[in-house]
Design a binder for this molecule. Structure first.
Ligand code: NI
Length: 255
């Protein structure tokens, strides 16, 4: 069984054909999927989906791209709901928006505090902001955990993230031929630190690049990791699935 640890099945892109998307996921052995919230409506939708579908789990948070419109006030209640397994996605994005850095940092810190209070892991988004996010987390080393989703910094930073107690999320871009830096990173860090994700509907892997991404395609990420690390696909599935079960405390049957 493969787990897609990062999807946005709560977005309108999946409104029409979610049933078929989940059916195709199962055909690729993807039997558990995390649905990631980004603001209040998408958090509620993630939870509703998780309650309707056995395969789905939810995370709730405020994404750095939404901090101008959303607050963290609603999170405390939602974090108590059944099948909510993490806080996020949250973090810092200094690629799309640099005029509200202080607000982004404040909202991220509020969610780090929620992680401390609840013991839930953080699903972290960074873009051009690894250093700042790292500095926010450093005081809580050993007290909070989670994943740097869709890791986009270099090997050095990946090692610092791991040292901090975090996992590294690997997505579709690893399947792109020219992504040598990411290939090296995957080769050089231990598989015990890697989670596989799609970020559906974004970041579609080769050979479907340009189309809508969906959780079943996480299999292409797994296959590429196996190729880079010269391991079997089965070994990569076994270890990354255990990593996800352990981090998000998914429990139960893994078959
Ligand atoms: Ni995402």
């Amino acid at each position: 069984m493969i787990i897609d640890t990062h999807s946005h099945l709560n977005m309108d892109e999946f409104k029409e054909d979610l049933f078929d998307v989940l059916k195709r996921a199962k055909e690729h052995d993807v039997n558990r999927i995390l649905v990631i919230g980004m603001d209040e409506p998408s958090n509620h939708r993630a939870i509703a989906l998780a309650h309707e579908n056995e395969m789905l789990y939810a995370t709730v948070g405020v994404h750095p791209g939404y901090v101008d419109h959303a607050t963290t006030h609603h999170l405390k209640d939602l974090l108590k709901k059944d099948k909510v397994v993490a806080i996020g996605e949250c973090g810092l994005d200094f690629y799309w928006e640099t005029n509200n850095k202080e607000l982004q940092i404040k909202v991220f810190q509020e969610q780090i505090q929620l992680a401390l209070e609840t013991g839930l892991p953080l699903v972290i988004h960074t873009r051009n902001s690894f250093e700042e996010a790292y500095q926010c987390l450093l005081p809580y080393q050993g007290k909070v955990t989670g994943v740097f989703h869709c890791f986009s910094s270099d090997l050095q930073d990946a090692k610092r993230a791991i040292q901090l107690g975090f996992m590294i999320g690997i997505d579709g871009p690893v399947t792109f031929k020219n992504n040598k830096l990411l290939h090296e990173l995957v080769r050089d860090i231990d598989l015990s630190n890697i989670l596989v994700e799609t970020d559906s509907p974004y970041l579609t892997p080769h050979p479907y690049r340009g189309k809508r991404n969906e959780p079943g395609y996480v299999r292409f990420v797994v296959e590429k990791i196996a190729e880079i690390k010269e391991m079997t696909v089965e070994e990569v599935i076994e270890i990354t699935t255990q990593n996800a079960i352990h981090l998000f405390k998914l429990g139960g049957n893994t078959r």
